[in-house]
Design a protein around this ligand. Structure first.
Ligand SMILES: [Zn+2]
Length: 282
């Protein structure tokens, strides 16, 4: 948390107020955010930059500047970005880690309860190499085909869930949307990734995209700290098919959802719709 749909929601909501604006004043209140770089130096470097685009790659927000540099923001566990209109008094908040005042008087405020989030300022020639070294294909990009998914999973004996969580294989899918995608695809989370057949790969490809798109359409899922830039909650948490629903009936078959561990993570699935051997049990 947050995963691709949450980060994409932040990107879409922040874009109109951020792009074209100059960073007038930058205060970084927590040295952990820019580690190992000095927060005062990073703040000074950012001041005066003008935002040319707000992109997303995997779970990273990519704030691109006219200079060609980019600020890579990773929200990790509990990071969020709020847009505060000009003249709105900022209320006291002990979890505020950075404040960026824009040239129209509004501000972008970064808050993070657990403080795992990161801000990394990259030079123009560093941006793409940095991201490409850490991230596999974008599951919502047109280039992400069933064939590409098959290549990402090929020859892997690890559970399919662990492999689709690996950001270097597939960018942006985390624990929630992995479970949701596997349920949609009728694939058991512990199946060895490299053993999926052509039909299963096609179903998983569809399932991943459908789960992510459902999340974006509902502005992401708010379990604890995630907020959209206007401070409101996402709605996807009300529509999970399996995630967090242990013991509740599967909406397809009525069997109770079960919880196991896969890839070291709590994992929810339907034992009837997602049989391990690929044949539906009775
Ligand atoms: Zn079921």
């Amino acid at each position: 948390m947050p995963e691709l749909p949450e980060v994409e929601t932040v990107r879409r909501r922040l874009e109109p107020s951020f792009v074209g604006r100059r960073l007038e004043r930058v205060e970084i209140l927590d040295a952990r955010l820019t580690r190992p770089h000095d927060p005062l130096e990073v703040a000074a470097e950012l001041t005066g930059e003008r935002v040319s685009a707000l992109d997303r790659r995997g779970k990273y927000l990519v704030v691109r500047f006219e200079s060609g540099r980019a600020l890579l923001i990773h929200l990790r566990m509990t990071g969020s970005l709020l847009h505060v209109p000009a003249g709105a008094g900022a209320e006291a908040d002990p979890h505020r880690r950075a404040i960026v005042t824009l040239d129209d008087g509004s501000a972008v405020v970064y808050r993070d309860v657990r403080r795992f989030g990161t801000w990394l300022l990259t030079e123009p020639d560093e941006v793409e190499p940095y991201l490409n070294a850490r991230l596999g294909g974008e599951p919502l990009a047109p280039a992400f085909t069933t064939k590409r998914l098959g290549e990402a999973l090929a020859n892997r004996r690890a559970p399919v869930k662990a492999v689709i969580l690996d950001q270097r294989r597939l960018a942006g899918v985390g624990n929630i949307y992995a479970d949701e995608a596997l349920w949609r695809a009728h694939v058991h989370p512990l199946r060895p990734a490299g053993e999926l057949g052509e039909d299963e790969l096609r179903a998983l490809h569809r399932g991943i995209r459908a789960a992510l798109k459902a999340g974006i359409a509902r502005q992401g899922a708010t379990l604890r700290d995630y907020r959209t830039p206007d401070g409101s909650s996402g709605r996807m948490q009300h529509e999970f098919k399996v995630y967090g629903r242990e013991g509740e009936p599967c909406e397809r078959c009525g069997r109770p959802i079960e919880k196991i561990r896969a890839g070291g993570r709590g994992t929810w699935f339907c034992p009837s719709c997602q049989p391990f051997d690929g044949t539906t049990s009775t």
